[in-house]
Design a protein around this ligand. Sequence first.
Ligand SMILES: Cc1cc2nc3c(=O)[nH]c(=O)nc-3n(C[C@H](O)[C@H](O)[C@H](O)COP(=O)(O)O)c2cc1C
Ligand SMILES: CCCCC(=O)C(=O)O
Length: 376
Amino acid sequence: MRVYACIDDIEKVARSRLDANAENYYSSGAVDETTLALNRSDYGRILLRPRVLRNVTSVTTSTTILGRQVASPIAIAPAAMQGLAHSDGELGTAKAAKNTASLMILSTYSNTSLEDVISATPDLPQASESPFWLQLYVHQDRCISEGLLKRAEKAGYQALVLTVDAPVLGRRLKDLRNKFSMPPHLKLANFDASQGVMTASERNSTGATSGAKADASLTWKDIDWLRSVTSMKIVLKGIMTHEDALLACQWKVDAIIVSNHGGRQLDTCPSTISILPEITAAVKSYSHAHPTLPVPEVYMDGGIRRGTDVVKALALGARAVFIGRPMLWGLVVGGHEGVEQVLQILNDELRNAMALVGVQSVDEIGEGCIIRKSLL
Ligand SMILES: Cc1cc2nc3c(=O)[nH]c(=O)nc-3n(C[C@H](O)[C@H](O)[C@H](O)COP(=O)(O)O)c2cc1C
Ligand SMILES: CCCCC(=O)C(=O)O
């Protein structure tokens, strides 16, 4: 396939190839798209400090995520309905994850069943090496979600990612205007028709998740319910305040993802990069107060388009970053090869930025690498 110079070039081509229904669904944020824009622009308010003469002949990006060795801290965020991007859908993304030894989170609302996604990596030596986590939207009928979790565990998913920032769906104006709907040739492959899971258009048109049968009544106590039905590790996706970060510590979840859902949920909430320091500080203070207790790992997503963005996120305490739209754009332009190229570009840029900042390993990336202008 064609070789691109950067993620923005891939995005331009991908967006020109999609019909308005899919292009608007993928690209849009909620309401005025204020948060969507901040997720990008706030990286520009953090500057990097180049340290020199430090021997950077062997820069390595390898790290661990929830104890698993990975080649890079850049991983794949869950995104619904990847069949809109390419006929391979989630199978293309899964193949790219496998070929690049990257971690991938599969959306509850995938067009490929969670079992088929794991089958895309048949030559993994054992299930414990599966690079897949499952994202969960809890169904009002808890039995349906319990069934999904049992299937995920059996198939070899290593962690369950509970999305906590979407008790109701954000108002994405373009989707409302287009009356966005999933094309009839696609299905939500983790469910059967009798399970009453509606498409995003139906969610949008009702303006609430009640129509989608997603459970808006979830509270922190439901983490105990999750623990009672699955032994998978638990990750909370969508933490944006120090109060909720502390609650996540108290509820002993394994990890949190600082995320505002790519600006698609609560518009005018802050960017993730601006709020990350408050979250990592809260988790650190909990750890100091409870030195014998494990604390959640902290990851982030939102607006990562450059290797330098990754350095900034790691400098502010994230252990890993997840990419949403860049992965979708890659899928549009080249199926699994396109997603591989997206990961390749970001990893090349990350290694380049690390060398120029003067560090050889991700552990060396810290506050000393950046200058922060006031973000709020
Ligand atoms: C088209 C699209 C679909 C998404 N679907 C889901 C989803 O099913 N579950 C979920 O937890 N997050 C979903 N997200 C949010 C992403 O996981 C992630 O938080 C966000 O895309 C990160 O921002 P970025 O796109 O700027 O990288 C979706 C995002 C997009 C753009
Ligand atoms: C009903 C689909 C919701 C998927 C999602 O999380 C998103 O579009 O952001």
